[in-house]
Design a protein around this ligand. Structure first.
Ligand SMILES: NC(=O)c1ccc[n+]([C@@H]2O[C@H](COP(=O)([O-])OP(=O)(O)OC[C@H]3O[C@@H](n4cnc5c(N)ncnc54)[C@H](O)[C@@H]3O)[C@@H](O)[C@H]2O)c1
Length: 433
């Protein structure tokens, strides 16, 4: 098939490369000529494991084309995917300007044979109907178009595998022809097919993200109970998670969720609920607890830090990505810099993105984890990168001025840390002081 993706971020570029790898002819439309030039040279711009190799392979095979011109791609395509951003507005509502802008640019190039315009961006209920109305108004009179909602569930860090081995493929549309074409395109993809209407498809994505965010906030709420009552959150959640109705997966207490999806999607669902006069107190609590985890973490720093040099391991919102959008590190670093502390940070891949926002002279970007802890008065762990799990902790201890670790991801065992002589403060477990 010939298909087009508009937007080449974590969703657009990954899915474009995967479908090109299956043998499809794939166009990717961007709006920044310098980025399109880099993509054509095989530079994915973003970091995602395996993406560069997949990109280079499919450029070489002449199945993947990059352009800023809609006329080069749309009229040739059977399916056009919208994969642009839907960031939050100040009031939490999803900003749909990118989505509506690209829909407007697609319209004049639609052809007489059917084109399916499928939105993969996460959008509030009713958005696909708005896209449909706009396309009908602006398309050439004889052009045929059908709209479908195909929400995306990939996770940054394992996006290629998630796309190929999906848990489910959701296709929402009022058009049987659109459903048929999308089913055909998704044939090589694993996972159950869920064929539904537009509104359900749109709501499925928000529901999934709200439940996942809720699991994290619930684990964090219980960690607050543990810290004040002397219980151990890992034991509590391990035992609770053995109940098959509950499960342990994603019940991770720590410094809270971040990234470009959970924070904005919980807020957007709150906003959708408010527009429909639905009581959204439960959703607001998920968001509030997430903010409280940051405050709780910073309080531990405030109460235990003796000195002014702090090492930070992990800046990305989770391991295996360079994405720092709404990452816990942003709030932690900004607060500590305001306090006048010297920070020595290290992240395996996210430092370039962090440098674009933080250029203060009190902040040093370190070459590796050991360099970051040298002469530091505390080490804060904000992202559970694998390479931090088995560092030489004796070496870390010898490099630090004071052996204090505040672990926002619970990656070490308190008993081991005690034996190594660390002051170790983690989440929802009794501190080793
Ligand atoms: N990142 C994820 O893990 C993930 C997972 C599932 C769903 N989503 C959803 O998918 C959507 C995209 O997310 P993302 O993380 O890939 O975003 P992103 O910011 O990484 O990428 C968005 C892309 O759209 C491009 N763009 C913006 N306006 C454009 C225009 N007018 N013309 C052409 N391109 C334009 C940007 O340049 C960028 O390449 C969002 O709605 C998000 O909620 C994201």
């Amino acid at each position: 098939m010939t298909i087009t993706f508009i937007g080449h971020g974590y969703v657009g570029l990954v899915t474009a490369c995967v479908f090109a790898d299956f043998g499809n002819e794939v166009y990717v439309i961007g709006h920044t000529p310098t980025k399109i030039a880099r993509l054509k040279q095989g530079d994915p711009i973003i970091y995602e494991p395996g993406l560069k190799e997949l990109l280079e392979k499919n450029i070489k095979a002449h199945r993947l084309h990059f352009t800023v011109k809609y006329e080069e791609a749309i009229s040739r395509s059977e399916i056009v995917f919208i994969t642009v951003g839907t960031p939050p507005k100040a009031n939490g509502e999803a900003d749909l300007s990118q989505v509506m802008n690209v829909a407007e640019q697609i319209a004049p190039h639609l052809k007489n044979d059917l084109t399916v315009v499928s939105c993969k961006s996460t959008v509030p209920v009713g958005t696909n109907l708005r896209i449909e109305a706009l396309l009908s108004r602006k398309k050439p009179a004889a052009a045929r178009v059908a709209v479908a909602s195909c929400p995306e569930f990939l996770r940054e860090g394992s996006a290629i595998d998630d796309t190929i081995n999906a848990d489910r493929v959701v296709i929402g549309s009022n058009s049987p022809e659109a459903k048929h074409l999308l089913l055909k395109l998704h044939e090589p993809i694993a996972g159950k097919r869920v064929l539904t209407d537009l509104a359900s498809a749109e709501l499925i994505k928000y529901t999934a993200n709200a439940i996942l965010a809720n699991k994290i906030s619930f684990a964090n709420l219980i960690s607050f109970f543990c810290e004040t009552t002397g219980a151990d959150v890992e034991d509590v959640l391990d035992a609770v998670g053995l109940d098959k109705r509950i499960g342990r997966i994603f019940m991770n207490p720590g410094v809270g969720y971040g990234g470009s999806c959970f924070p904005k999607d919980v807020k957007a669902l709150i906003s959708i609920g408010q527009q429909h006069q639905i009581d959204v107190e439960m959703l607001k609590a998920i968001d509030t607890i997430n903010s409280q985890t940051r405050t709780n973490f910073l309080k531990k720093v405030e109460q235990n830090l003796d000195g002014n040099t702090v090492a930070i391991w992990g800046l990305s919102f989770k391991p295996n990505t360079d994405d720092i959008r709404f990452a816990p590190s942003l709030a932690v670093v900004a607060t500590l810099l305001k306090r006048g502390l010297h920070l020595r940070v290290f992240d395996p891949v996210a430092m370039d993105n962090f440098r674009k926002q933080f250029t203060q002279p009190q902040l040093t970007y370190s070459k590796n984890a050991y360099e970051a802890v040298k002469d530091s008065d505390a080490l804060l762990i904000l992202t559970e990168w694998n390479e931090f799990r088995q560092v030489d902790l004796k070496k870390v201890r010898s490099l630090m001025r004071r052996p204090l670790i505040i672990d926002g991801r619970n990656i070490y065992k308190p008993a081991v840390m005690k034996e190594l002589g660390f002051q170790y403060i983690s989440t929802g477990r009794q501190p080793i002081l």
